[in-house]
Design a protein around this ligand. Structure first.
Ligand SMILES: [Zn+2]
Length: 398
């Protein structure tokens, strides 16, 4: 495909258009969860009463906001302003860098007994914040039998001010003895149209961007709002889609150049905010530390928090890039099968999608999508991302 003659003016127009986007009002954390009134009302009541059970199971379909609700609930229990979303503990909990938040997520296909043992060990130490400790076990149905039994033992010895939240879309695969020790909270599925409507109602964004964000796989209102408010992610989407419209007709050298361009784009996504937050924190402690020894202990903790926040941010960026790439090839596949256009994510690039659809085979598309999935699975563990990106880009196109 040849590059568009109006490319430059188009780009300028887009930048202006992103500046126009903003958030209409301030939200508390629960305001950002769409379509789960029943579950939220129940949890709000618990927060008001301040008497929570020590274990919950949040169950319901994928993408219904279970994990977001679990994080928000723990934030609510720790925030003096009922989950304001802007105080230190709210922010740290939502970006999973809070020292009293323990997350268990499957590594590969399972949650192993060692992951549960690690939690038990951490819980035996004193809490950092002295507030409510949260343990979230995501995709809890992937615990091995050994891991399940270890968890059962932990649940049988409840600890003060500690709350376990198990998240699952397959509750029947969890040991019944664990199920009976947890209070179950049901989440219902939310349609993409509903998310789109909420985005348009609550954020000042163009309809085509609301459509794009609501059609992305596994994106809820909260994640979409983060994308809009960071001011960079949508620009990055344009840059990456610009590359993807050209890559089909490129040779291998160009493909490798494109891969390194994408890596550069990712590196430029800013970590300034994390740096600023941590420096501020350190400066405050400079005045309040009780002794040099105390200060050095605090500095160690802040360094650790920063390390976790940076790691998280790197993963978020990589995921965003992969989300964009996979949405692109998924769209082309949908067009190939002539399915309903309503499912298409990148409707604002419809013309480009149609052009590429004519050139690419279904078999190739399926290969590309499974390669993307393969990289995603590895990303959670550990991966040489530049190398993986090169391998992927060599497979894109003809
Ligand atoms: Zn707060």
């Amino acid at each position: 495909m040849s590059s568009k003659p109006c490319h430059k003016s188009q780009k300028n127009k887009n930048i202006k258009f992103y500046l126009k986007m903003s958030i209409k009002k301030k939200f508390t954390l629960f305001d950002q969860i769409v379509g789960q009134e029943k579950a939220l009302n129940y949890l709000k009541e618990i927060v008001t009463r301040r008497s929570f059970s020590h274990a919950y199971i949040f169950y319901g379909p994928i993408g219904s906001g279970k994990k977001l609700t679990a994080l928000s609930f723990i934030a609510l229990l720790n925030c003096s302003k009922r989950g304001c979303g802007v105080c230190d503990s709210c922010k740290q909990i939502m970006n999973k860098s809070f020292s009293d938040l323990l997350m268990v997520e499957p590594k590969g296909n399972y949650i192993l007994v060692d992951d549960i043992r690690e939690i038990r060990n951490k819980l035996s130490l004193k809490s950092y914040s002295g507030k409510v400790r949260g343990v979230i076990i995501d995709e809890a149905d992937l615990m091995t039998e050994e891991a399940s039994n270890a968890l059962l033992k932990t649940l049988e010895e409840p600890q003060l001010n500690t709350v376990f939240i198990l998240i699952t879309s397959r509750p029947n695969r969890i040991l019944s003895t664990i199920n009976s020790r947890c209070q179950a909270i049901n989440f219902t599925s939310i349609s993409r149209d509903e998310v789109e409507k909420q985005l348009l109602d609550k954020l000042e964004i163009e309809p085509q961007i609301a459509k794009f964000l609501s059609r992305l796989n596994n994106y809820n209102f909260y994640r979409a709002k983060e994308i809009v408010s960071d001011g960079k992610s949508l620009e990055i989407r344009d840059q990456i889609l610009g590359i993807l419209t050209k890559i089909y007709d490129s040779d291998d050298t160009q493909k490798i150049e494109f891969a390194s361009k994408v890596m550069n784009i990712m590196d430029k996504m800013s970590t300034d905010e994390i740096d600023k937050q941590m420096t501020e924190k350190l400066n405050i402690w400079k005045n309040f530390a009780l002794s040099p020894k105390h200060f050095s202990k605090v500095r160690g903790e802040i360094d650790e928090e920063k390390r976790r926040a940076l790691k998280r941010k790197t993963l978020l960026r990589a995921n965003w890039v992969m989300d964009i790439i996979s949405s692109w090839y998924r769209d082309i596949l949908l067009l190939k099968y002539e399915l309903n256009n309503k499912l298409i994510t990148n409707m604002d690039y419809y013309k480009n999608l149609i052009e590429i659809k004519e050139k690419i085979e279904i078999k190739k598309l399926i290969n590309i999508l499974s390669e993307i999935q393969y990289i995603r699975n590895l990303m959670d563990i550990n991966i040489n991302l530049p190398l993986a990106m090169e391998t992927l880009f060599l497979k894109l196109g003809g």
